[in-house]
Design a protein around this ligand. Structure first.
Ligand code: GDD
Ligand code: MG
Length: 334
């Protein structure tokens, strides 16, 4: 099974972390988001991935110079300009010479969904396109997908206003597509698969869906970027993972609760870290409090500082001694 993995977005909701790194190359405990995603695909039978690249494509190439990630062979398709989700799929599928049924995945989704079951159902039905659905509490930030009892899709509403979604089942960002879908996508311009292509296939009666209650989180916001990591620590997806890297240097008086401390990070005396992500080589001074916050690689927090309420520090950002930050983003967005 071949999969196109969409990784060309700007990751704006994760700024400032994504000012220096594409979203899917951000670290999640001990490897990149992309390695987690491709590792999951490999476990379910995907053996070739086409990376659909745009923003900061060089970061991917440098990280995987042998064109291999999580044991899967990679090909790179670099858009000359962002073509949006459907434009990107067409561009990548053509670049890789795909002419058979294939899979498309949003590159920021952490899931235990069995893609093979979606693949099999797609073939049973003889659908033109089949999408996986997952239930969520607030569908307004997703693609909302009502179906009939057999799974035939009745409509596709991308990001409806709060309270107006016809169902809580949303597009899980995993699709099985026939190559004929590519012909529906006008080349050379931005085309959204959610806003244009899927609604057109629905109108022709060719879009089907498979519901799944498997673990599913889109890691594309600060809250969910923390959540996917705490879920791994908490053992929500199997055996609990240790979030503190063996080579992190942590003063014995520091208190670390439900947090990720990545490789090379240093935590000084009496620091208290709760529900937070501390990326590679970050440095945390003594007597600090870091709560529900994210420190990018090489960030430096001065002694006595307090960081709370989803404060985010970008790569190498610095916080002065005794600063008190709640919900701050450093550097600020331009
Ligand atoms: N190559 C390329 N080019 N990739 C892109 C582009 C582009 O122009 N625009 C976005 N992407 C990539 C992003 O990097 C990401 O991996 C994926 O496409 C989806 O974009 P997001 O920005 O994460 O979309 P979303 O989370 O708001 O919504 C999408 O995902 C939801 C599920 O996670 C939609 O598909 C929703 O319908 C869906 O429910
Ligand atoms: Mg997303």
């Amino acid at each position: 099974m071949k999969a196109v993995v969409l990784v060309g977005g700007f990751g704006t909701r994760l700024r400032p972390l994504t000012l220096t790194s594409p979203k899917q190359m951000l670290p999640v405990i001990d490897r990149t988001m992309l390695e987690h995603v491709i590792g999951g695909l490999a476990r379910h039978g995907v053996d070739e991935v086409v990376l659909s690249l745009g923003y900061k494509e060089d970061v991917f190439r440098e990280a995987y110079p042998n064109s291999e990630c999580a044991g899967v062979r990679l090909t790179y398709a670099v858009e000359p300009e962002p073509l949006d989700t459907a434009g990107a799929v067409r561009f990548a599928a053509e670049a890789a010479g795909i002419d058979e049924t294939f899979i498309v995945i949003n590159g920021d989704v952490f899931t235990d969904l069995d893609v093979m079951s979606v693949w099999n159902r797609h073939h049973e039905i003889g659908a033109e396109a089949t999408i996986a659905l997952t239930p969520v509490d607030d569908p307004s930030r997703y693609g909302v997908v009502p179906t009939d009892p057999d799974g035939k899709v009745l409509g596709f509403v991308e990001k409806p206003p709060v309270g107006e979604a016809p169902t809580n089942w949303i597009n899980a960002g995993t699709y099985v597509l026939e190559p004929s879908v590519l012909q529906r996508i006008e080349p050379g311009r931005k085309v959204s698969i959610e806003r244009e292509t899927f609604p057109a296939i629905v109108a022709d009666g060719g879009l089907w869906a498979v519901q799944s209650e498997a673990y599913w989180v889109d890691a594309g916001t600060p809250e969910t970027y923390i959540q996917v990591q705490l879920d791994l620590l908490d053992g929500v997806r199997g055996a609990a993972v240790d979030g503190v890297a063996a080579d992190a240097s942590i003063d014995p008086s520091a208190v670390i609760e439900r947090s990720v401390i990545m490789s090379g990070a240093a935590v000084a005396a009496n620091a208290v870290i709760r529900g937070s992500i501390v990326s590679m080589d970050a440095v945390i001074g003594k007597d600090t409090l870091i709560e529900g916050s994210i420190l990018g690689p090489r960030a430096v927090v001065g002694a006595g500082a307090k960081l709370t309420e989803l404060t985010m520090l970008g790569d190498s950002a610095r916080v002065d001694d005794n600063a008190s930050l709640a919900g701050a983003k450093i550097p600020e967005n331009e």
